[in-house]
Design a protein around this ligand. Structure first.
Ligand code: NAG
Ligand code: NAG
Ligand code: NAG
Ligand code: NAG
Ligand code: NAG
Ligand code: NAG
Ligand code: NAG
Ligand code: NAG
Ligand code: NAG
Ligand code: NAG
Ligand code: NAG
Ligand code: NAG
Length: 732
């Protein structure tokens, strides 16, 4: 983009920031039917979700700076209970989980915070953010009027509010937090709990308000949110779908306007265009008197480790205005930035003016905001998706592009229309810096396949998986020994599983694998097997790709093997699910001894790589030097199957390149390695591969964007910016 343009935008940004400099010290936060009021000032706020555990503390300052530069006023984040309270009463607020540090960074850059405590958050986070130990609290039923649940929910919520207060982080204390959320999209499940659902909503609202944070609370997607809690909208088109606040004294707020959608393994990326987002944001501001719009996500980031929920990819909302690596995604970031600038230029008129609606045609309309003092702003909507429209508004004619909203901050000149992108466009590049293609660089280790006699936990039934693993591993071995009648010919092993993946081994040999996907609850495996006469050993590795994160009665969700049978050609068949004793082993031996950590490498004997014998359940390791420079680093795992990857002992998440989308492509091939995980040389990479892949094709890449300016439009933008810079255009 042209240098001059940036200078102008920079100046404009400074003007806008200066205009709200006076309230940096915060102040009491109240609201009325039109907006939030912070320190006595009415606010029209743009907000963006950035989840602190999905990036690193080293990335936070730059993410927040880019959000601010993009015209945001607020950073919104959930609070992730499962990482903060891994055991009851034991707390962790270190590293990526340093919530206070994150909020203080937002404050240091002069932005506000919306803190969504939940503590149920969904968020495509394993178990919806609940720590798994909740499952074993006697008599618990989550998210309803249930005494044990309410105790732990209140306990954690209190912990977080007290922590914020002790650090002086609420606006009422001079801090940046202006808004907080209790529960999350509860209306989706409320009916399942009958009367208790209703009393729970009232209890949750009262409990939150009773904590006296000094800032308003919201409940999103909760049309019956009790006073004074504000009901807010989540979705893609709140301008069309939101019935509005449930009281004339509450403002119209959009807590989740999806910039894209999360992606699952086996699914295609959801591309939501900048034009479409801009249209619906503008519509919400105009039609619904919106005063707060949050982009979910503004930066998605990475589901490190095993934090993603069922089948969700490790890369989270990469299509957001800041991509997974924290780089600016154009034109989405720039187009929304321009929208924010234009709205800011007339926000006083929008917040204080009187609104009127007038039809301009069958599919065309205007919303006009007029102040007594003369300020006037208008939104001209063309809801015709195919044709542009010529309309007359206030005796002037305007050409409106198809499916667009044109904004006239002075009711005369269009300075922005949602469907015309004037910002630069961009393209992301991955540059291969290092291919680990020499077999001598890799070493491997085969994971042990346990037999029945190696297991310590025995049960006369197929056990529910999560109740056995307690979320300590994705993996659970189901093993048994059984006697087969010599008359059993052409035996077939049948498995039905409610987990996500299964690999079967018979007498130590791999017999076959199968997996489900996000849209099925169970899957089956049918594979011919070879049996010895007499005793045979069957070991099935059942794998979960994250715990579920939503739905009523989450504590009762079932996972793991449900049916196991050996069917013979003839009358014989063995139903192994009943009347057999099964032996269980949680996790892999490599996980038990943490062989992905440098200090533990020597605990096992690694062997050389023989590429021709790619076996399931194999650990691979290699050392590498970090690519030069500052660009973000990504590991290309497209040649591998499924598993998990560690860099210097830290998990960068699960990978699954072998589950293809309907157009036969892996959903995710590049896996982010934060720079802060790397040393300049001698970095340890460990992969656990379930299926079998080719490590010789693994490579380290650096990620960058190239942008190209749109020559024809640069002049337009300059004119508009000049216009916006006129003093009366700015809300001071
Ligand atoms: C929360 O529970 C812990 C034990 O898990 C207890 O030590 C603490 O006092 C409780 N806090 C509150 C505010 O109830
Ligand atoms: C635009 O038209 C669609 C139907 O084509 C309708 O659902 C939507 O509500 C309309 N939006 C506006 C802003 O009129
Ligand atoms: C539009 O023009 C008509 C006559 O041509 C005039 O009476 C009216 O006041 C004008 N409206 C505006 C808003 O300027
Ligand atoms: C609208 O734009 C025209 C030309 O671009 C300019 O002459 C006029 O002064 C502008 N109107 C206002 C109110 O700024
Ligand atoms: C709005 O759309 C029209 C038609 O595509 C275009 O000519 C005009 O430049 C756009 N206006 C702005 C301010 O982007
Ligand atoms: C399980 O039994 C097989 C023989 O079928 C043996 O080769 C293997 O080593 C045993 N596994 C373990 C972990 O002892
Ligand atoms: C089954 O496993 C046991 C060890 O648990 C082993 O001694 C035996 O040889 C195995 N049977 C077969 C058929 O591999
Ligand atoms: C979980 O396991 C325990 C034994 O460890 C058992 O008592 C309980 O019934 C199991 N719960 C479920 C839901 O399977
Ligand atoms: C999920 O699995 C089912 C059953 O195997 C299959 O019919 C469906 O197409 C799969 N869906 C996706 C998105 O892969
Ligand atoms: C398991 O999936 C099959 C389809 O593959 C379906 O017909 C069946 O109802 C499912 N079973 C349960 C218990 O949901
Ligand atoms: C399991 O054992 C019980 C009691 O011995 C017997 O009644 C039942 O038929 C057996 N079930 C199967 C499927 O073998
Ligand atoms: C998951 C979900 O609720 N998606 C909704 C997002 O918003 C659009 C438009 O309102 C709906 O059609 C989707 O169902």
């Amino acid at each position: 983009m042209e240098g001059k343009y940036w200078v102008l935008m920079g100046v404009l940004a400074m003007v806008i920031v200066a205009s709200r400099g006076s309230d940096e010290e915060g102040g009491e936060v109240t609201y009325d039917g039109r907006s939030l009021i912070v320190g006595g000032q009415r606010k029209l706020l743009f907000s963006g979700s950035i989840h602190y555990p999905r990036s690193t503390p080293e990335m936070w300052p730059s993410l927040i700076a880019k959000a601010k530069d993009g015209g945001l006023d607020v950073i919104q984040t959930y609070v992730f209970w499962s990482v903060h309270e891994p055991q009851p009463g034991q707390y962790d607020f270190t590293g990526r989980y340093d919530l206070v540090k994150f909020i203080k960074e937002v404050q240091a850059q002069g932005l506000y915070v919306c803190l969504r405590i939940g503590p149920y958050i969904e968020s495509e986070w394993s178990y919806g953010g609940f720590p798994f130990w909740l499952h074993d609290i006697p008599g618990i039923t989550y998210r309803t009027d249930n005494r044990p649940f309410k105790f732990y929910m209140q306990n954690f919520t209190t912990k977080i509010v007290s922590l914020m207060k002790s650090e002086g982080l609420y606006a009422s204390q001079g801090g940046p937090i202006i808004l907080s959320q209790i529960e999350n999209e509860y209306q989706n499940v409320e009916a399942a709990f009958g009367k208790k659902g209703h009393s729970y909503v009232r209890w949750a609202a009262g409990m939150a308000v009773g904590l006296q944070s000094g800032v308003p609370w919201v409940m999103c997607k909760q049309s019956d949110a009790p006073d004074p809690v504000i009901n807010t909208c989540n979705g893609m088109k709140c301008g069309e779908t939101f019935a509005g606040p449930n009281s004339p004294n509450k403002p119209s707020m959009w807590t989740e306007n999806w910039t894209s959608f999360f992606q699952v393994f086996g699914g295609k990326p959801y591309i939501r265009s900048a034009e479409e987002i801009a249209f619906h944001v503008s519509l919400f501001l105009a039609k619904n008197n919106g005063c707060y719009v949050n982009y979910y996500m503004y930066h998605g980031g990475t589901n490190f480790g095993r934090t993603g929920t069922s089948y969700v990819t490790t890369s989270y909302y990469d299509e957001a205005p800041l991509d997974e690596y924290g780089l600016i995604r154009q034109p989405k970031w720039g187009h929304l930035r321009e929208l924010h600038m234009v709205i800011k230029a007339c926000s006083k008129t929008l917040l204080e003016g009187k609104k009127s609606y007038l039809s301009l045609g069958q599919l065309q309309a205007a919303y006009v905001f007029e102040e007594e003092t003369g300020g006037c702003a208008a939104f001209l909507i063309n809801n015709d998706s195919r044709n542009s429209a010529n309309v007359v508004f206030r005796n002037r004619s305007y050409q409106l592009p198809p499916k667009s909203i044109s904004i006239l901050p002075d009711c005369v000149n269009i300075t922005f229309n949602t469907s015309t992108i004037t910002t630069e466009s961009g393209k992301r590049n991955a540059r291969s810096e290092l291919a680990i293609s020499s077999a001598t660089k890799w070493e491997l280790l085969s994971e042990m396949i346990p037999n029945f006699s190696d297991t310590s936990l025995k049960a006369g039934a197929l056990l529910e998986q999560m109740n056995v693993t307690k979320d300590e591993s994705d993996y659970l071995w189901y093993t048994l020994s059984f006697e087969v009648n010599p008359s059993c010919s052409e035996p077939v092993l049948h498995i039905r599983s409610f987990a996500h993946v299964a690999y079967a081994f018979v007498n130590d040999a791999y017999a076959g694998g199968a997996h489900g996907n996000r849209s099925v609850k169970n899957f089956s495996l049918e594979t011919p097997i070879k049996l010895d006469s007499g005793t045979n050993n069957i070991s099935v590795l059942s794998v979960m790709v994250g715990l579920p994160d939503s739905g009523a009665y989450l504590e009762r969700k079932f996972s793991g093997l449900r049916e196991v049978a050996v069917r013979c050609n003839g009358d014989d068949s063995y139903d192994l699910a009943v009347n057999y004793t099964w032996g269980y082993k949680v996790g892999l031996l490599g996980e038990d001894s943490q062989i992905y950590k440098e200090e533990n490498l020597g605990k096992v004997v690694w062997g050389g790589l023989e590429p021709s014998t790619a076996k399931p359940l194999t650990w691979y390791k290699t050392m590498f030097d970090a690519p030069d420079g500052e660009d973000p680093v990504a590991l290309d795992l497209s040649s591998m199957g499924k598993g998990e990857a560690w860099i210097n002992g830290q998990s960068i998440g699960r990978y699954w390149a072998s589950l293809l989308t309907p157009d036969r492509k892996p959903s995710q091939t590049m896996y982010h390695i934060p720079r802060s995980f790397l040393k300049s040389s001698e970095n340890l990479l460990v992969l656990f591969e379930e299926v079998g892949g080719n490590p010789l094709k693994v490579s380290m890449n650096t990620i960058s964007w190239t942008t190209s300016k749109r020559d024809s439009n640069v002049n337009n933008v300059k004119r508009d910016i000049k216009y916006l810079m006129r003093p009366e255009g700015i809300h001071t």
